[in-house]
Structures are given as structure tokens and as C-alpha cells.
Design a protein around this ligand. Structure first.
Ligand code: ADP
Length: 516
């Protein structure tokens, strides 16, 4: 089925954004773009402040010179006089003001003591009164300058001060000038364009660098993936090694661990299959030999037939036992959820099991005794608990001497119950003790086969004990006997059950403390 294009595009986009390399690229790009934009903004701002300051100072200097001329020509006291010499000097100063305002594309006003405009280069405000904070401040001797970037002008005030006969200086008027910022703006535009070009080049550089560097940075992860792929495809079975980063070492270590466990599992499975086939084939081979010898001999006497047939039946029984044990073992491999847990009187269960096994014991003249230290009620799976007891007591009878004894002791504390099965049998050599729970392991191979052992009994027993979250231990002395001890919790708590139980206990505690 072909997906619609937009679905595939979106899917690709999600995959791309989820890639570690893409995220590094994106991060580098965001950081790069933000930094270069901030830098451009800061540089432009600094340049603008400097340009405004410079222009303000230049205009102020020029106006200060004019202010001196105003004072030296008594401009304020003579601006109403119409004498030819006064008119000439006034025209000279007006021309100076005109030149400056033309030069800086601005407007200059001379304001007298009573805040009246004496001269306006625009000629529209003469005779009017101007009262503004800047003008008042300036009358107090303070220069002011303000940049209005929105309306595009710099406004400044310059005090016109005269020195009296007593040597004291007083402000007799104020020059209010506003000059255009057009040259600054056009310079700024030009600079902004250049900076933008530079920024674009920088971003392109950052994109290329981030693609290259992210590739270099993520290379070890790609190496890990390639190595795992080789193992997955079966071209390699060796442990992998990518020591580039601490993180890759952790991933690779975990993978190698898993690989080791998988290989061990595979080996044990192969060994198990080999053992199973061998064990199943042995009775078959005996059957074939028995059947062949009957077929190849003419006129076989009836007694021989009977004898051979009896042997064949016992081989079939053996095959049956192996298959039954194998099936029991497979069942044990399932999870603890398959347990059918009920509160059970373990004493009764032990009595019943021993009652069933006593006839077998009697054949070997083995005496079975049962000692119950205290009554035990435990949460167990009845079938599996019977299996545990039967296997241990059966072994204790099987590997016993003529006229020997088997002793079963049941005891408990507030948490666990223990089942001890000791015997006066052949015992298990020390070197075999750690292996008796392995599948198909037999300490005394020929004797075990002779008495019909499959080598699976203790393996099944241990699995059943572990399913009950218990433990099994053995002590033995060759020639004297063995003692198997099983310890199982009285209350069976599964993973979820335990959480619920803890919750219940906690809420009970809470209620108790509230009541208190
Ligand atoms: P099997 O079916 O051969 O009895 P098990 O798994 O029950 O297999 O036991 C493994 C081996 O441990 C036996 O073959 C036997 O050699 C040894 N073993 C088990 N129980 C006893 C015991 N009570 N006394 C002596 N040897 C024992």
C-alpha cells in the first residue's frame, strides 16, 4: 500500500527532527543565529549612539561660537534698535544662524529671558513664548540634548551666558536647536545592509559547520549501530568495542553483556537439546536391540520372548518417564503467575505424600519417619508442593541402602516453613553437589540409570521451589547419607500482590495512627 505524499513527508520530517544529529544542527543554528543577530543589534546601537553624540557635540560647538558672538554684539539689548550699525551686526549673526541651520538641515531659535522667541530661522515663531522643561533647565545653566529617532531629529539647548562687571556669569538667553538625523539614518541603513550580508554569510557558515561537526560528533553512535547490525546479521559474534565516548562505552558494555547472556543461553539450549535427544535415543536403541535379537533368532523359546518383552516394557516405561519429566520441566519454565496458590495444611500434604511413597520404600526395606514440629499452614501451589516432596523423598529412597531410613522434618518460623529430607543413603560426592540441580545431571550415572533416574527430578524440584520464592540446599557425606532442606515463605507474594500488600499495610498503619 502506498501512503499519500503528505503523510510520507510528515513522517520523514518527524524522523529527521528526532535524529540526534538533526538536533545538534538545530541547536548550533539557533545559537548561531541568535548570537549573530544580537551582535549586529549591539554594534548598530553603539554606532548610532556614537553618531548622535558626535553630531550633537559638533552642532553645540558651532552654536557656542554663535552664542559668544551674540553676547559680544549685545544682541539681546539691541535687537529692537534700527540703527544701521546694529542692523548690520544683527544681520551678520542671523546669517551665521542661517548657515548652521542649513548645514545641519535644522531650525535654530534664540529665546530671550522672558521665554520669548527673538529669532527663529524658520521665521514662524518669533514673538511667541516657549516654555518647556529643556528651556527652563537651560536657563539654569544646563545643556540638554535629546534624540527623537521616531521623528528623525536631535533637539538641544545651549545657554547664552554673559559675564557681568562683577565677574559673575548669568544666562541671558537660550538657543534651542533641532537638527535632522538624515545623514545618520542613511549611514545606519548602509551599515545595516552590510551587517545583514555579513550575518547571512555567518549563518551559512554556521549551517555548513554544524552539519560537518554534528556528523563528526555522532559518528561513534553510527559505529555502535553498524557493529550491532553486524552481530544481528550474523556476520560477527564477537563482543563489540566503541571506546570513543563514555556513553558509547556504557551502551556497548550493556550490549556485550546481553550478547554474552544470549550466547550462554544459546549454548545451554543446544546442550539441552543434545541431552534430550541422547536421553530419548537410549531407550529406543535398547528397544531396537531387543526387538532385532528376537527377530533374527529362529524358534525363540517362549520364556526368552517373555524375558525380552519384559525388558522392552521397562525401556518403554523409561522413555515415558523422561517425556513426563520433560513436560513437567517445561511447565516449570513458565512464570509464577501460573501458580495456583492456596492456603494449605502442609502437614497433611506431607502425610499424604509419604503414605503414597511408603510401598516403594517397603520394597527396599527403607523406614520413613515424619516429624512435624508444629502445624504449618502456607500459601502454596498444591501440585508443585507435592512434586517437591515426592521428588526429594523418592530420591532419598532410590539412593538409599537396604534397611536404611528416610527422615522428613517439617518446621516453621513466623516467615518461612522448612522441609528437611535426610537419608542414610549412598551420599553425593562433594564435586557433584553444585551440579545436582542441572538438567540430566547424575552424580552416579550407571546406578541412577539402573534405578530408572532421568536426571531431571532435582531440576524440576528447584524450579518449583524458586517459583514459590524459596530456596533449596543440600549437605551430603558419601557413604553416610544426604540431607535436602527446602525453605519457602508462608505467605506467597507475587510482584503485584506485594505492592498491594505493602499498600494495605501502609493504609492500616495510617488508620491506626489516625485513631491514636
Ligand atoms: P534422577 O532422576 O537421576 O534421580 P535427580 O535430578 O533427581 O535425577 O538427581 C540428580 C542426581 O543427584 C541423581 O542422579 C543422584 O546421583 C543424585 N542424588 C539425588 N538425590 C540423592 C540422594 N538423596 N542421595 C544420593 N544421591 C542423590
Amino acid at each position: 500500500m502506498r501512503l499519500p505524499n503528505y503523510v510520507r513527508d510528515n513522517f520523514k520530517r518527524i524522523i529527521y527532527v528526532r535524529s540526534f544529529r538533526a538536533r545538534i544542527c538545530l541547536l548550533a543554528l539557533v545559537v548561531g543565529v541568535l548570537t549573530s543577530a544580537l551582535m549586529r543589534h549591539a554594534i548598530m546601537q553603539t554606532y548610532e549612539n556614537r553618531a548622535v553624540k558626535q553630531r550633537t557635540e559638533t552642532v553645540q560647538n558651532q552654536l557656542l561660537i554663535v552664542a559668544k558672538h551674540l553676547i559680544s554684539n549685545n544682541y539681546f539689548s539691541t535687537y529692537r534698535l534700527q540703527e544701521p550699525s546694529v542692523i548690520a551686526s544683527r544681520q551678520g549673526i542671523n546669517a551665521e544662524l542661517e548657515t548652521i541651520s542649513n548645514l545641519y538641515e535644522g531650525r535654530i531659535m534664540i529665546i530671550g529671558k522672558n521665554c520669548k522667541v527673538i529669532r527663529d530661522t524658520y521665521g514662524i515663531s518669533e514673538g511667541k513664548t516657549i516654555i518647556s522643561a529643556e528651556v527652563i533647565k537651560c536657563f539654569h545653566g544646563e545643556n540638554t540634548a535629546r534624540y527623537d529617532s521616531e521623528n528623525g531629529y536631535i533637539e538641544m539647548t545651549i545657554p547664552i551666558a554673559s559675564t557681568g562687571t562683577d565677574g559673575k556669569s548669568s544666562v541671558v538667553g537660550v538657543m534651542l536647536a533641532s537638527v535632522s538625523d538624515e545623514t545618520i539614518v542613511s549611514m545606519m541603513d548602509q551599515m545595516n545592509r552590510n551587517a545583514l550580508m555579513l550575518e547571512i554569510l555567518m549563518i551559512l557558515g554556521i549551517i555548513v559547520a554544524s552539519v560537518v561537526f554534528s556528523g563528526v560528533l555522532t559518528k561513534p553512535f553510527k559505529k555502535v549501530y553498524d557493529e550491532i547490525l553486524k552481530v544481528k546479521e550474523g556476520t560477527s559474534e564477537r563482543a563489540i568495542s566503541v571506546p570513543d565516548y563514555v556513553e558509547t562505552v556504557h551502551i556497548v558494555d550493556a550490549f556485550n553483556d546481553l550478547l554474552g547472556r544470549m550466547n550462554a543461553l544459546n549454548d545451554s539450549r543446544q546442550e539441552f537439546v543434545a541431552n534430550v535427544s541422547h536421553e530419548l535415543r537410549t531407550p529406543m536403541a535398547s528397544l531396537k536391540v531387543l526387538a532385532d535379537s528376537l527377530l533374527t533368532q529362529p524358534d525363540v523359546p517362549a520364556e526368552l520372548y517373555r524375558e525380552f518383552m519384559t525388558d522392552m516394557v521397562s525401556e518403554i516405561d523409561r522413555e515415558n518417564r523422561i517425556i513426563t519429566d520433560l513436560l513437567a520441566l517445561v511447565k516449570m519454565d513458565k512464570t509464577t503467575q501460573d501458580l495456583n496458590i492456596v492456603a494449605l495444611n502442609v502437614n497433611d500434604l506431607a502425610e499424604l505424600t509419604l503414605k503414597r511413597l511408603r510401598p516403594i520404600a517397603r520394597k527396599k526395606d527403607v523406614e520413613i519417619t515424619f516429624e512435624s514440629v508444629r502445624p504449618v499452614i502456607a500459601e502454596v501451589d498444591e501440585v508443585k508442593m507435592t512434586l517437591i516432596m515426592t521428588n526429594l523423598v523418592e530420591n532419598a529412597i532410590k539412593y538409599n541402602k537396604e534397611h536404611g531410613w528416610v527422615k522428613v522434618v517439617l518446621d516453621a518460623d513466623h516467615q518461612y516453613f522448612t522441609l528437611e529430607v535426610s537419608d542414610s543413603g549412598v551420599g553425593i560426592p562433594e564435586k557433584d553437589l553444585p551440579h545436582v540441580y542441572e538438567r540430566f545431571y547424575r552424580a552416579d550415572k550407571s546406578h541412577s540409570r539402573e534405578i530408572g533416574g532421568t536426571g531431571l527430578g532435582l531440576s524440576i524440584t528447584k524450579s518449583a521451589v524458586l517459583m514459590h520464592k524459596g530456596s533449596i540446599t543440600v549437605t551430603s557425606t558419601v557413604g553416610e547419607g544426604s540431607c535436602f532442606t527446602v525453605k519457602i515463605p508462608l505467605n506467597h507474594v507475587s510482584g503485584r500482590g506485594r505492592a498491594e500488600r505493602v499498600k494495605k499495610i501502609e493504609s492500616e498503619d495510617l488508620t491506626k495512627s489516625e485513631e491514636a
